[in-house]
Design a protein. Structure first.
Length: 433
């Protein structure tokens, strides 16, 4: 089956890898950037994510992806520890565990798996400098900035939150939402942090840390990457005035003094971090979107941030992209084409229905609970809204965040896909164990 994927980020690469392993070919990725690039710093990979990446053959040691052990929660002013996230939330099995990666390392690891000669299936071709200007759902085509038009049996839009595909699928304008959340992201060498006895005691090797300010509108989180040799930090501020389509600068920079101002009111050990940071620090104003009512039309399917941009409060942005990819490998497994290998539109739509039944409700819930910071009980506060997307018995329990972590991290994607495929009369012949 001829497949086009737009976007060579985490969603696009894992989708290509999953479908390659399901022995589909040819698969072509069209990427707007002129070369392979990755932005950002650290990225969190929950057990539900590593379960799939492990099955894909990711070599964690080679790419220096750090396995998490546990987490500490602190009062950011007194620096007193007020909570702990135990090992049971970080490790489900030898194949399912919390991990932290540098985004560049993960991107390179996936590129090797997708385009390399080794591994199951046929290597995927990536075309760079190929931004998409239009999707035709009925024809199964994309139009590039060059004016070139390309057709496929299946078009998967994984080209990020600014993708044009949701509007093409829904036939209406689809706007992003200003969340009022800004984050200063920076990385420090673990050796530098360890040199100061005050900061060294706050960041034990291998741990995730969360510090909340007394105003509950600012918080700092940290986790280790690259075998613990570097520490990834995010300084978050929650502001008022959110809404759809608010025009603001989304990426800008600040200096050390700007970071120090953000850290005002935190304990001395945290304020000291500003002096260790670089001269120019990236600042992001974060956006998300209300959950989409559908993800496909005709031959076009939307996945990843194109379908469900979300805040990082649950650390599930990458995981939801990887779950999308894993589900596609199941739903499109065992396909035997007609005489020309082409998938009839009726069968394609049947598989889309199975995919959407597995993904849309769960991801919509994750989008919504990701709007609240870690120290709030999102399920309790948003219960009525969450029930619009899943049945009560399918949701995480109320009364605390432990069940949320289990609901996220211990999810069995394989079983969910098998049930969904049976519901539409399909059989899962997936490669995943």
């Amino acid at each position: 089956m001829n497949i086009i994927i737009t976007g060579a980020g985490i969603a696009g690469l894992t989708t290509a890898l999953s479908l390659r392993r399901a022995h589909h070919q040819p698969i072509t990725i069209y990427e707007r950037s002129p070369t392979a690039t990755a932005f950002g710093a650290g990225i969190s990979l929950g057990p539900n994510c590593t379960r799939i990446l492990t099955s894909f053959g990711l070599d964690y040691a080679k790419w220096r992806i750090t396995k998490g052990t546990r987490g500490h929660v602190y009062d950011g002013t007194s620096l007193a520890r007020v909570g702990e996230i135990g090992e049971e939330s970080f490790r489900v099995s030898d194949e399912e565990f919390q991990a932290y990666a540098h985004r560049v390392d993960l991107q390179n690891a996936l590129l090797e798996l997708v385009t390399g000669e080794e591994g199951e299936g046929t290597p995927v071709r990536i075309v760079y400098g190929a931004g998409v200007t239009a999707y035709d759902c009925d024809a199964g085509s994309i139009t590039l900035e060059s004016g070139a038009q390309h057709f496929a049996d299946l078009v998967i839009a994984a080209d990020g939150m600014h993708s044009l595909a949701p509007a093409a699928v829904l036939g209406r304008d689809v706007r992003l939402r200003d969340t009022g959340v800004t984050v200063v992201r920076f990385m420090l060498a673990a050796s530098v942090v360890a040199e100061d006895p005050v900061t060294a005691s706050l960041f034990p090797r291998g741990l995730f840390s969360f510090f909340f300010h007394a105003d509950r509108r600012r918080f700092l989180l940290h986790y280790p990457v690259r075998d613990g040799e570097e520490l990834n930090f995010g300084m978050y501020r929650l502001e008022e005035g959110v809404g759809e389509g608010v025009e603001r600068m989304l990426r800008f920079t600040c200096d050390r003094e700007g970071l120090e101002r953000e850290l005002e009111g935190f304990g001395e050990g945290l304020v000291k971090l500003a002096g260790m940071a670089g001269d120019v620090l990236p600042v992001w104003r974060l956006q998300d979107r209300e959950p989409l009512e559908r993800w496909w039309r005709g031959r076009v399917l939307v996945v990843g941030d194109a379908a469900h941009p979300m805040l990082p409060m649950q650390g599930q942005g990458a995981a939801m992209c990887v779950e999308d990819a894993g589900a596609l490998g199941h739903v499109f497994s065992g396909f035997v084409g007609e005489g020309d290998g082409k998938m009839a539109i009726g069968e394609l739509e049947n598989r889309f229905r199975a995919f959407e039944s597995v993904r849309r409700g769960r991801v919509s819930v994750v989008q919504l609970i990701s709007r609240l910071p870690y120290h709030r009980i999102a399920v309790d506060e948003m219960w009525d809204e969450l029930c619009k997307f899943m049945n009560e018995d399918e949701l995480p329990g109320r009364g605390g965040n432990t069940d949320v972590r289990n609901w996220l991290g211990r999810y069995n994607l394989e079983d969910a896909c098998k049930r969904a495929m049976e519901d539409v009369g399909l059989r899962d012949k997936s490669f995943v164990a």
